[in-house]
Unconditional design. Structure first.
Length: 186
């Protein structure tokens, strides 16, 4: 305890709570595991895309809304409006979390929906989908760590990781909407 009280500000900024890292790691594994179980561990229902269900549309709206709040949060921090930035980023996180819940519910009901088109558009679909899936896995711990660092006042570390988190989170949110549009509206 005494060591923590006697360190300088720069060193304090480097110290990360082991409990926070552990919680972020466990939560990330649970989220990714839940998605994997729902998508790959449940029986295939052989659902072909048609008119999207309500949850599929809600998912796209939540993803698009999260992207809008991420952009607004970025704009606010560029103007040094920390309160508005924090509000936008927490809202984006809440929307993304709500998306995750509705995503799991949707896919628990309908299973994995396959892309029905062939040719060059199929290649484009997978060119969007594959990085979307990979980055969706990566963004869970990145977003949690970025929010944690900002919330706890580790601003230098928050900025450093936010430079990576923001564009990746934006890609995941926007590409989720693109995947929805390609699945249901082509």
């Amino acid at each position: 305890m005494e060591r923590v009280l006697n360190i300088d500000r720069d060193e304090a900024d480097r110290i990360e709570s082991p409990a926070a890292r552990w919680a972020i790691g466990v939560l990330s594994v649970v989220v990714v595991g839940a998605v994997a179980i729902v998508l790959y561990g449940m029986p295939d229902r052989g659902v072909a895309p048609g008119a999207p269900g309500a949850l599929a549309t809600i998912n796209a709206v939540l993803n698009g809304s999260a992207a809008c709040f991420l952009l607004a949060g970025y704009a606010f921090i560029r103007k040094r409006n920390i309160k508005a930035h924090r509000t936008c980023m927490v809202t984006a996180f809440a929307l993304s979390s709500l998306f995750l819940v509705t995503y799991l519910l949707h896919h628990a009901q309908v299973g994995s929906v396959s892309f029905q088109h062939g040719g060059w558009i199929r290649g484009i679909y997978f060119a969007v989908l594959v990085p979307h899936i990979a980055l969706a896995v990566v963004i869970v711990p990145l977003a949690l760590l970025t929010i944690y660092r900002g919330w706890t006042g580790r601003i230098a570390k928050h900025r450093k990781i936010a430079r990576w988190t923001l564009p990746l989170w934006l890609y995941v949110s926007v590409s989720g909407v693109v995947v929805y549009l390609m699945l249901y509206h082509l």
